[in-house]
Design a protein around this ligand. Structure first.
Ligand SMILES: Nc1ncnc2c1ncn2[C@@H]1O[C@H](COP(=O)(O)OP(=O)(O)OP(=O)(O)O)[C@@H](O)[C@H]1O
Ligand SMILES: [Mg+2]
Length: 184
């Protein structure tokens, strides 16, 4: 599902990623560990088709990260390290917006929002303005918004989220994997 060979990225004089090779099987949960600045986010961004590698190659859900980046973006979810949702929309509005960006029609979108809100424990906060959520709840909402896809990639999901949210993320990923989906 993810295949990377000798991936490298240079920003001017900075070698952000050097000679990275690995494979991740369908349904496998995979993490990158390393100190600040090690190149984890840069690697994930290349895998998501957001950033071109300087050299090396990779395929994600069957698509080439350089020549088929748009197809990758249409197939996966990505939760960024920084909060990237709309602070002036409610929890439910953010979820509905992302579901529409991900191509769900109006009827499926409403059902999906209800399902995700219930699963991730946001029911009591569905009408709350996202900008007024605490840091951990913002992370939880961002995670929820990124999980309607085949493959879910997250930069540091456990860093700012609560331990229970992190545990919930792991158990939901495992349950989804057993059902044949990557994340839900
Ligand atoms: N757009 C950019 N332009 C220039 N340098 C960059 C850019 N993005 C990342 N870098 C540099 O690339 C290196 C790797 O950064 P990256 O963000 O991938 O690290 P990280 O492993 O995700 O770190 P952290 O654990 O702090 O999130 C760092 O030296 C960083 O300063
Ligand atoms: Mg990072």
């Amino acid at each position: 599902m993810v295949e990377v060979a000798q991936l490298a990225k240079r920003f001017g004089a900075t070698q952000a990623v050097a000679d990275v090779s690995f494979t991740v099987a369908a349904g496998e949960i995979f993490g990158l560990l390393g100190p600040n600045g090690a190149g984890k986010s840069t690697t994930i961004r290349m895998l998501c088709g957001i950033l071109d590698p300087t050299s090396g190659s990779g395929r994600v859900v069957g698509f080439d990260i350089v020549t088929q980046a748009e197809k990758i973006k249409a197939s996966i979810g990505y939760m960024t390290q920084r909060f990237s949702l709309y602070e002036d929309l409610t929890v439910a509005e953010n979820l509905a917006f992302y579901a529409s960006v991900y191509g769900l029609d109006r009827r499926r979108r409403a059902a999906r929002v209800d399902e995700v809100i219930e699963k991730i424990g946001l029911a009591a906060r569905r009408r709350q303005i996202a900008g007024t959520l605490s840091g951990g709840w913002k992370q939880r909402l961002a995670l929820a918004c990124s999980t309607s896809r085949r493959c879910c990639s997250s930069t540091s999901p456990r860093r700012a989220s609560t331990p229970s949210a992190a545990a919930n993320f792991g158990s939901r990923s495992t349950a989804s994997r057993r059902r044949g989906r990557r994340c839900s």
